[in-house]
Design a protein around this ligand. Structure first.
Ligand code: ADP
Length: 494
């Protein structure tokens, strides 16, 4: 090989090596760079020669490169260095390599650097570091406890939420067996066997599922958690990642709901049994009662010549069997209402005519009070006369019963909009304000009143159901010790 060729080969090697090579004078100005340097940093040779190397190095790395250059010039030793260039078009280029100094024959001192482009590696590392950072944030801030165990069942990760949920700090559990910490005693054996079974067969029935199970708090308290575990093999070792959340509050609510539901079902069935009993009992009572009434009637009719006393007693039997009959009828009505079978058959009638008629027959049996009916409105209504008679009779009966010592009941009927409103005013014991909203409830009786007066607390309940069936409303106004006024409205037929 002659001399010329030799130089050409060196030149070729210098320019075409994959490394970036640079010669820089002691004052920092570039003496020479190879083609690889130019092509990676996207420059032409004439744009570089004679310029400061620091025009090309990233400003953040200029200082350290200066220091390194100084060191190699002083010590004449080779340094492994890293730096970062900015290419002509703004690309960041990471490099690493050797930096050393040498003196030329003219005693001028240069630094020489041979760099490898490690941009790709650095970017990949950066990416990895970034995703690790993100993962770490996720791990730390996860709303669930995240626990990782290795195949020897040892805890290797324990995030802050796990510390909150289980009360153990990471320091207290890392490296410990999972079964010695949060697994309740009676699950420990199953847990060990499950792990062993998985490692032997690759089968894990609880893997990749969410299950509800109990766990132990540091204090020994056992509580419900949601648990999902997945397995991952890293190189040769299996890791198990568990996500756990405390569901004890939800469980408590669920349990309370289940209890409530059971209570409701029980109450419903009791209510049903009671209604059935009511229905059967009132039917059973009705039959002998009808017979008693029939025989009394017969006795009264056929024994006209019996002594007055006997007739009088028979009349009493008749009167009380009537009372008993209406009580039993009310009980029957209650079971009809419960079964949704309280039906009405309506007929059109003038309300004032109907009221006059019914009030005069009620006056007949209301011995201590005078029923005053002065204000009468003529209005056509569609009513079931028997049922409405039942309502009025109950209200009048109450008015008379709850106003002992008084002697008037005032009835009015007025038209308001498309309704006829009938009112019944008494001057009796009245109803305390706090009891008013409950007065139409089934079996409700005002305490004070029920002490002195007999009754079952069902008359007003039935009355309100009957009025509702007619498309009307029933309500009361009352003042204690002054009296009560009961109202019901009925739609007027146009
Ligand atoms: P009962 O009279 O058989 O107890 P009701 O359903 O007819 O049942 O009445 C329910 C309760 O309302 C009564 O127990 C009584 O406390 C109260 N009440 C009804 N009417 C009057 C009234 N006119 N004055 C005072 N209290 C009344």
């Amino acid at each position: 090989m002659n001399e010329v060729n030799f130089e050409n080969h060196f030149k070729d090697l210098f320019h075409n090596t994959t490394d970036l090579i640079q010669f820089v004078k002691i004052d920092g100005n570039i003496e020479l760079v190879n083609d690889t340097w130019l092509s990676i940093l996207e420059y032409e040779l004439h744009e570089v020669i004679g310029r400061s190397i620091y025009d090309f190095i990233h400003p953040d790395y200029a200082g350290i490169h200066k220091e390194n250059s100084h060191t190699v010039i002083l010590t004449m030793q080779t340094l492994n260095v890293e730096t970062v260039f900015i290419s002509k078009y703004g690309k960041t280029v990471f490099v690493e390599g050797n930096l050393n100094a040498f003196a030329h024959s003219d005693k001028a001192v240069y630094t020489r650097a041979v760099f490898k482009d490690i941009t790709e590696r650095r970017l990949a590392e950066k990416k990895l570091a970034e995703s690790e950072r993100r993962l770490n944030i996720l791990f730390k801030r996860a709303p669930d406890a995240v626990v990782i165990i290795n195949e020897h069942q040892k805890i290797i990760e324990w995030n802050p939420k796990a510390e909150t949920i289980f009360g153990f700090t990471a320091g207290e559990v890392l490296g410990k067996l999972l079964s010695d910490t949060i697994i309740p005693v009676n699950y420990r054996e199953a847990h060990k066997n499950g792990m062993m079974h998985f490692l032997r067969t690759g089968e894990g029935p609880v893997l990749n599922k969410t299950i509800e199970i109990t766990a132990l708090h540091k204090t020994g308290r056992e509580f419900y958690i949601n648990l999902s575990i997945s397995s991952v093999k890293i190189e040769t070792e299996w890791l198990f990642i568990a996500f756990l959340s405390d569901i004890s509050e939800r469980k408590k609510t669920e349990e309370a709901l289940i209890r409530k539901e059971a209570e409701l079902i029980q109450a419903k069935s009791l209510e049903q049994q009671k209604n059935e009993f009511l229905s059967i009992a009132s039917h059973e009572l009705k039959t002998p009662l009808t017979t008693i009434k029939a025989y009394t009637q017969v006795a009264l009719a056929c024994c006209a010549d019996t002594p007055d006393k006997v007739t009088e007693y028979l009349k009493k039997v008749d009167e009380f069997s009537n009372k008993l009959n209406s009580l039993v009828t009310e009980l029957l009505d209650i079971s009809r209402i419960d079964a949704g079978k309280l039906k009405i058959t309506t007929k059109r009638i003038d309300m004032s005519v109907f009221l006059e008629d019914i009030l005069s027959s009620l006056q007949y049996i209301t011995s201590n009070h005078t029923i005053i009916f002065n204000e009468k409105a003529h209005a056509l209504v569609n009513i079931d006369q028997l049922r409405l008679e039942q309502v009025i009779s109950n209200i009048i009966d109450n008015a008379s019963k709850y106003s002992p010592g008084k002697n008037e009941i005032v009835v009015t009927s007025q038209i308001k909009n498309d309704q006829v409103i009938t009112s019944f005013k008494d001057f009796g014991i009245g109803i305390p304000e706090q009891n008013l909203p409950k007065i139409f409830n089934r079996f409700y009786r005002v305490n004070e009143a029920s002490m002195q007066f007999s009754g079952l607390g069902i008359g007003l309940f039935i009355s309100s159901e009957i009025v509702k069936q007619h498309g009307g409303e029933i309500w009361v106004e009352s003042e204690l010790n002054k009296g009560s006024t009961f109202y019901f409205s009925l739609p007027i037929v146009q």
